[in-house]
Ligand binder design. Structure first.
Ligand code: NDP
Length: 297
């Protein structure tokens, strides 16, 4: 059967990988990029380079964007407004959830349907089993394009609130970026004492894995994180906020002594200090949720 045409605007590492995946699935793919030279290898592989954003948008009902942020979408599509009516725009770029909600209104004004997405994989694994993608927006439009979108990665539709896809994406990246920073910080702490980074970094990485395993295993002992956060029940029999906070303080102290940057450990120490000050000293470390979460109005 004849595969539907797809337009892909934005040929960074992610957009390029998506174009290759869609071409590999037999879809005719029209591309456009601010820097046209980035399209050259893709044209050799079968993509068609549109001469303008208007031509790119007019080429397919499904228009996928892979850009640095939503401002890039406005910069590009504001020159193509006449072609937008009837198209479905799937924006897989990162931005604030509220910015994505505004974009849905902007698209509607031009007669286009808007779906926000967040791709949970680096470029080399786009189109593989490892990739998954959050989506939010009109369910019927998502369903209509799901057979094409699933080639990029396993789709996870979150709901009709357009902001959800980037909210989930950013929440996952919150874990990811903080973890990456902690691994680098821990390595700096040890290397300040003369230990080779190459020798220590694998140990820091193993700690990330062990942390994940601990959180996963606790589901079986009734200490499951999500349940405790939701209930406000923070049993501290095994490890208290006071004990963990003292350790957080020791990390700051060690960091000061070794001359490495203090921002990350001081942020963690601050969370424990305020958790204890709020009367949760004998509770579990999970009680920091009471400090962190949005306060009831
Ligand atoms: P980049 O963020 O480096 O850039 C993507 C594209 O944005 C390029 O085509 C660039 O054009 C274009 N662009 C940026 N600003 C403008 C503008 N003002 N006007 C016109 N075009 C503009 O690419 P990535 O492929 O790395 O990332 C794309 C999206 O995917 C990002 O939102 C990122 O957060 C997300 N993502 C990235 C991952 C990764 O591992 N790289 C993993 C998961 C998600 P030009 O070529 O002309 O510079």
């Amino acid at each position: 059967s004849k595969k539907s045409p797809v337009t892909l605007i934005g040929l960074g590492p992610m957009g390029q990988a998506m174009v290759r995946t869609l071409l590999g699935q037999g879809h005719p793919v029209t591309v456009w990029n601010r820097t046209p030279s980035r399209a050259e290898p893709l044209v050799v592989e079968g993509a068609r380079l549109a001469a303008s954003p208007t031509e790119a948008v007019a080429s397919s009902d499904l228009v996928i964007l892979s850009l640095t942020d939503y401002q890039a979408m406005y910069d590009i599509l504001s020159t193509a407004e006449s072609a937008l009516a009837g198209r479905t725009i799937v924006n897989l770029s990162s931005d604030d959830p509220d910015v994505t909600r505004e974009a849905a209104k902007w698209a509607a004004k031009h007669g286009a349907t808007f779906i926000a997405g967040g791709v949970m994989t680096p470029a080399p694994t786009v189109g593989t089993e490892a990739a998954y993608v959050f989506y939010s927006g009109p369910k019927s439009a998502f369903d209509a394009h799901e057979p094409v979108l699933r080639h990029i990665g396993g789709p996870r539709f979150l709901g009709e609130d357009t902001g959800l896809a980037q909210l989930y994406y950013l929440a996952h990246l919150d874990v990811f970026l903080t973890t990456l920073a902690s691994v680098v910080h821990a390595t700096a702490l040890v290397s300040a004492a003369g230990v080779d980074e190459a020798a220590f970094a694998p140990e820091a990485i193993r700690m990330v894995i062990e942390t994940g395993q601990m959180l996963a295993a606790e589901a079986e002992t009734g200490l499951e994180l999500g349940r405790n956060l939701a209930s406000g029940n923070h049993p501290g029999e095994l490890a208290t906020a006071v004990m963990m906070g003292a350790t957080a303080d020791h990390i700051v102290s060690a960091a000061k002594g070794s001359g490495v940057d203090l921002v990350l450990p001081e942020a963690v120490k601050s969370l424990y200090d305020r958790t204890v000050a709020a009367g949760h000293g004998k509770d579990s470390w999970t009680a920091m949720y009471e400090i962190i979460k949005k306060k009831a109005a």
